[in-house]
Design a protein around this ligand. Structure first.
Ligand SMILES: [Zn+2]
Length: 325
């Protein structure tokens, strides 16, 4: 995957390509950016660009080297991605062992450490030693969403690569250009952080359906509460959508928020543009307080899932309350 997949990251890309073109790679890079910026993906592409057989300053994504890196089985690339809340000294010591294996003169070895801010102080100090006495051919790429937690001594020894925050408009336009519908894109962007997670959500086979079913369920509740329960049973509880009840609560909350906007005369703020007419016809069926209550109810129901309440039960209880039960 080439660098140009990272929309809005021109400055960072120019900086990285320049060091590749001039063959002036630093011993350490520190990619920073708010959650949702593609720091980790860019670290991989940068590593690919160092090894790519086709390009000198980019990754083709197709050659053997690029492929191996993409699949995580390139002998010269090590990725430390800690699943736990901290990166411990043992994990940095593993790197040290790998470093002791001799490299041939032209060979490069790349160590990518994601969420480097999770390093404990001993781990960070151990890391610092590598940076203080850099070995030829060894390149570290650290990524972080939290620059403040990176030791100043590590910061000062790394080439800083700040990633830009993409404006919401740029993100939306990019996804719409990729072929996703505007209303779905807008909804996905409210439920996730960053273009990649929004795209992942849009690419699932359930997201669009979940949104449609949620809207229909609210409509059924107005028309015929008994039919609404049957609808919920058939379309959610007894279907594969039952796995996504937590996301459904997000959708309910966003939908009710739109009613609050409409009631307050803020039509331009609404998310469910495609349902505007129906919402305008129904916004006065509840008081503002009631719409707010419903929104909070949805958020509360989602929270309850964290305490191991069964999703089906949470949904049934929510519907009962929504119907005014
Ligand atoms: Zn390549």
């Amino acid at each position: 995957m080439p660098f140009d997949q990272f929309i809005g990251q021109g400055n960072a890309i120019t900086m990285l390509r320049r060091s590749l073109q001039q063959d002036m790679l630093s011993h350490a890079y520190l990619f920073s950016g708010v959650p949702g910026t593609p720091k980790d993906d860019m670290a991989i592409v940068f590593a690919q660009a160092m090894f790519c057989l086709l390009h000198d300053d980019d990754a083709c994504g197709e050659c053997m080297e690029c492929k191996k890196i993409e699949h995580g089985n390139h002998a010269n690339i090590n990725i430390l991605k800690s699943d736990t809340s901290s990166i411990k000294i043992d994990e940095i010591r593993d790197i040290k062992q790998k470093l002791e294996l001799k490299l041939s003169e032209s060979e490069k070895k790349v160590f990518i450490i994601t969420d480097a801010d999770k390093m404990t102080t001993p781990a960070a100090n151990s890391m610092l030693k590598f940076l203080e006495e850099p070995a030829s051919g060894i390149i570290f790429i650290l990524t972080t969403s939290n620059m403040k937690s990176i030791l100043p001594t590590i910061r000062s020894r790394s080439q800083w690569v700040p990633l830009a925050v993409m404006s919401n408009i740029t993100v939306r336009d990019t996804l719409v250009k990729e072929g996703f519908s505007v209303v779905l894109v807008n909804t996905a962007l409210k439920m996730t952080a960053g273009i990649d997670s929004a795209r992942n959500l849009l690419q699932t086979n359930w997201f669009a359906e979940l949104r449609t079913v949620m809207i229909q369920l609210v409509k059924e509740c107005f028309k015929n509460p008994i039919a609404a329960s049957i609808y919920a049973q058939q379309k959610i509880i007894k279907s594969t959508l039952s796995e996504y009840i937590d996301s459904m609560f997000d959708l309910f909350a966003l939908f009710f928020k739109d009613f609050i906007y409409l009631g307050g005369g803020k039509e331009t703020h609404i998310l469910f543009e495609d349902e505007k007419q129906w919402m305008l016809e129904h916004v006065h069926k509840h008081t503002m307080e009631r719409w707010m209550e419903l929104m909070h109810l949805a958020l509360e129901s989602k929270k309850r899932l964290r305490y191991n309440v069964s999703p089906q039960l949470a949904l049934e209880k929510f519907l009962f309350n929504m119907k005014g039960g």
